[in-house]
Design a protein around this ligand. Structure first.
Ligand SMILES: O=C(O)[C@H](O)COP(=O)(O)O
Ligand SMILES: [Mn+2]
Ligand SMILES: [Mn+2]
Length: 553
């Protein structure tokens, strides 16, 4: 397929003289469940509700499954694939699918990355580190098992798995089931000594992102590499069950479990990482693997004291940062995304401002730009990161929404930028805590912030597009499969849903600068996030590039 390299003018929409705002409400799904557990429905949202009444300028699009390049429509969307689609206007085969394909056709075991780690199979240990879950957002356990079997088949004599427990993309408590299944799979690996060696909860151990809290990575390094942790057990299953009980008064959920090390009966760690070992990060998704990758890859490293730096054959499942070439070696090549809107706009001389807080800064820049860090044209682009709080977000649900709003208004009023894109993290990050009340408050605040941004664009005579990247806040309770009825614990408390949802997301357009007759087409019932790119390019006065999904207008 040919990639357009130049933007052409739209045949009816004049080039935008005033700013165009693109605002992403992260995790804001449009869910048909309109009961009290839909935090968006329960919140005060007069502004986003009113947009639904504007004829031909509000609709929903798919943000999950094959619409965003994931293996099946059972796969929920996520920020990474969502912002890839929003920024590129293309449906890109995503990490999960690329790994499935490489495992199915066996190419995973012929590529350079696999050959490289195979050198450690006969005499050393091969370590697998990643999220143990079938959530399919960062990893999927059947892929781990595929690689474990491949290693045993190719002669690995000693295998160790270091597991991060989920309970965020999947219901809390499922870690027990995943560990039981993994222990069984490891026992069935013929001819090699295979064990779980360490682990911890994903939000507390190893899986930090955007350098929000390096201590999370340090705890993981100590457990996985050094065999040091506050908690030691002789089996992972006992570790998980015991640690989930917490200190008796307050249970600890899967995503927050403390680090643990598995030891032999003599108390010696069964799987420290030593010179000559192979290390595989088995998450396909980049954002929460970048920091631990730097700890394994870089001689020069000062984010924490590693105590020792084993010379390992280190690979990622994928390359997690294409510009940093991090890690240098990987098992499955990353999705190639060319012809993204940011590159085309920079080439057309359009000035762009992008802003979010730490937790979503990488999404509204790196993932938006097709897995590229940095600018396309430094003199035309400005990216602003507002540092996120390092606290559980249900304790500070406002997060940095107000500061982001101020930054967005300033950029719009400055007259320096033709396009301003903003991501509000609250509905997703507070949604992940499972705290319904905090999430309702967060969504009410976001609605107020949206009003401030839209009013600013309208005062300038500009145009705007409002959307989201996947659902999360739109459903905060686990539900029975068939009836969709909320599920409750024995205590009577609702079982919180901390994951994303399969709900479509809203798309709305408007602004005094938008010519009267511009409305959404009604012949794209299955449109997805990738159709939004052409839409905002139209708002900027450009035709939809041939290699992108059709515009919604
Ligand atoms: O990484 C996380 O927090 C979740 O697994 C996915 O959330 P995101 O895709 O919204 O970042
Ligand atoms: Mn998101
Ligand atoms: Mn999320």
């Amino acid at each position: 397929m040919t990639i357009d390299t130049e933007l052409k003018p739209h045949d009816t929409i004049p080039k935008a003289e005033k700013p165009v705002l693109v605002c992403i409400l992260d995790g804001w799904g449009e869910n048909e469940n309109k009961d009290k557990f839909n935090a968006i429905h329960s919140a005060e949202t007069p502004v986003t509700d009113a947009l639904k009444e504007v004829p031909g300028r509000w609709r929903t699009v798919r943000a999950h499954g094959t619409a965003v390049g994931l293996p099946s429509d059972a796969d929920m969307g996520n920020s990474e694939v969502g912002h890839n689609a929003l920024g590129s206007g293309q449906v890109i085969d995503q990490g999960a699918r690329l790994v499935d394909i490489a495992l199915d056709n066996g190419s995973a075991f012929e590529l350079d990355g696999w050959k490289y780690i195979s050198e450690s199979f006969p005499d050393n240990t091969v370590h697998f580190i990643g999220l143990l879950s079938d959530g399919g957002v960062h990893s999927r356990c059947n892929q781990l098992v595929g690689f474990l079997k491949g290693a045993a088949k190719d002669g690995a004599k000693r295998i160790r798995v270091h597991i991060l427990t989920d309970g965020r993309d999947v219901p809390d408590g499922t870690s027990v089931k995943f560990v039981e299944e993994l222990e069984k799979d490891l026992a069935e690996l013929s001819g090699c000594d295979a064990k779980i060696a360490s682990g911890g909860g994903r939000m507390h151990v190893t899986m930090d992102r955007y350098e929000a809290d390096w201590k999370i990575v340090e705890r993981g390094w100590q457990a996985h590499v050094l065999g040091e942790a506050p908690h030691k057990f002789t089996t992972a299953l006992e570790a998980i069950k015991t640690l989930r009980e917490g200190d008796g008064s307050k249970a600890i959920t899967d995503q927050w479990l403390p680090p643990f090390v598995v030891t032999d009966d003599g108390g010696k760690a069964v799987g420290t990482i030593e010179d000559g070992d192979a290390v595989v990060l088995f998450n396909f998704r980049a954002d929460r693997m970048v920091e631990i990758s730097k700890a394994f890859e870089y001689e020069e490293f000062n984010a924490f004291d590693r105590k020792r730096f084993p010379k390992t054959r280190f690979v990622g499942m994928m390359q997690y940062d294409g510009d940093l070439k991090l890690p240098a070696r990987f098992l499955v090549p990353p999705p190639a995304i060319s012809g993204v809107s940011g590159e085309l706009l920079a080439k057309a001389g359009v000035s762009t401002f992008a802003c979010s807080e730490t937790q979503k800064f990488g999404h509204v820049t790196f993932f938006w730009n097709g897995n590229r860090s940095g600018y396309f044209k430094e003199d035309l682009e400005t990216y602003v990161e507002i540092p996120s709080d390092a606290v559980p977000f249900n304790e500070a649900p406002d997060m940095k929404a107000r500061e982001i709003t101020e930054a967005g208004k300033e950029a719009l009023l400055s007259g320096k930028y033709q396009m301003v894109r903003i991501n509000f993290a609250n509905p997703d990050m507070v949604g992940h805590t499972g705290d319904l009340e905090a999430c309702v408050g967060a969504c009410s605040l976001v609605d107020k912030c949206v009003k401030e941004l839209l009013d600013t664009v309208e005062s300038l005579g500009g145009r705007w597009l409002l959307t989201a990247d996947h659902g999360n806040a739109d459903d905060m309770v686990q539900r029975a499969k068939k009836t969709n009825a909320p599920l409750f614990a024995d205590s009577g408390a609702p079982l919180p849903l901390t994951s994303h949802t399969l709900a479509p997301v809203p798309v709305a357009i408007g602004g005094p600068g938008l010519p009267e007759g511009i409305k959404f087409r009604d012949d794209l019932p299955n449109a997805g996030l990738a159709n939004i790119t052409g839409t905002y390019l139209n708002l900027l006065g450009f035709a939809t590039p041939a290699h992108m999904e059709p515009s919604l207008i």
